[in-house]
Design a protein around this ligand. Structure first.
Ligand SMILES: [Ca+2]
Ligand SMILES: [Ca+2]
Length: 327
């Protein structure tokens, strides 16, 4: 049986309503983190009144990583399912990192993202319904190359850009921020579930999230032909973060909105994968793993165990990230 076994922790999740106001830190950690319990919401202070992204504490525990037995069509890359134990609680940013949060990093550090250095990224082309390369596109722009809203998840960011943002946050706060491991990401998404999707085993049990419904029209009046039939979430493309109900352990938009970089190098399957929950990394690997569906994903990509290989230098309008902060 695949199930979460909390290690002596009692979840006391804060009431997480949809449309929460954007980062209003519940508390600032002044020294040490020993008192933080699972479900605790907090932010680290950057300078004066500035705070880093809002975080939530995820409990330690054990779970089964990979495709569940009921998921008969799961690809070989999600197998074999195997037990992973996360021995310590950790904090995770509740939302995908936003354009405003990334802009604070750029303003403070002078960092130039990969898309800025290489001259472009991939945006969604309304005429063809595909992602196409466009010059001059970078993190400041959205899915169609227009100036991005500050509360959109940042996109057009490569693995190295996410890594640099985490390193900057670590320097500014004195805490250790990094990309989640693949195990941490799936563990947080599952939040104790052992079903095909976080909401159950059937696609139709889906409630709400920024997925790909044929009920949401493009600006040119077209819609997604191969998407979720009869589904509408109000956004045909990117949505501001935290627009829908939170997930089981208080995160937002792990599924949907943008797919997310994790730390692990791509491996074709889980044979020889670590059982510790640490990232599985081979020095010099060219492909990382991305997790979670995006605003233009099939329902199959919203399965909890879904994973995909991505060249570490790839940027596009459907890929962003969130971070873990160690406790
Ligand atoms: Ca949508
Ligand atoms: Ca997401």
């Amino acid at each position: 049986m695949k199930c979460l076994i909390p290690l002596g922790m009692v979840l006391a999740l804060a009431a997480c309503k949809a449309r929460d106001p954007l980062p209003a830190p519940a508390m600032a950690v002044k020294s040490g983190t020993e008192g933080l319990q699972p479900g605790h919401i907090f932010s680290d202070r950057l300078a004066r009144a500035d705070y880093g992204p809002e975080l939530i504490v995820i409990p330690a525990g054990r779970f089964e990583l990979g495709a569940v037995g009921k998921d008969r069509n799961a690809p070989a890359s999600e197998k074999p399912a195997h037990a992973v134990e996360l021995q310590r609680p950790f904090a995770m940013t509740r939302a995908e990192i936003t354009v405003d949060e990334f802009a604070a990093f750029i303003a403070s550090s002078g960092y130039r993202s990969l898309a800025e250095r290489t001259g472009g990224s991939e945006i969604f082309d309304l005429a063809s319904g595909r992602l196409i390369r466009a010059e001059g596109v970078n993190w400041r722009l959205d899915h169609i190359g227009k100036p991005a809203r500050g509360d959109y998840p940042v996109v057009h960011v490569a693995y190295a850009d996410a890594f640099a943002y985490a390193a900057w946050l670590s320097r500014r706060t004195g805490r250790h921020y990094r990309l989640p491991s693949e195990a941490e990401w799936e563990y947080a998404l599952r939040a104790g579930t052992d079903t095909v999707f976080p909401w159950g085993n059937k696609p139709k049990q889906l409630d709400k999230g920024n997925l790909t419904g044929n009920g949401d029209l493009f600006p040119n009046g077209r819609n997604w032909r191969n998407a979720i039939t009869g589904y509408s979430d109000g956004y045909w493309a990117l949505a501001p973060v935290r627009r829908y109900s939170s997930e089981g352990w208080g995160t937002f938009d792990m599924l949907g909105n943008v797919s997310e970089w994790v730390e692990d190098c791509w491996h074709e399957n889980y044979r020889r994968a670590p059982a510790s929950g640490e990232a599985w990394v081979n020095e010099g690997c060219t492909h990382r793993v991305i997790r979670g569906s995006a605003w233009l994903s099939s329902m199959e990509q919203s399965r909890s165990s879904f994973r995909m290989a991505m060249p570490a230098e790839r940027t596009n309008a459907r890929l962003g990230f969130r971070l873990v902060r160690e406790l």
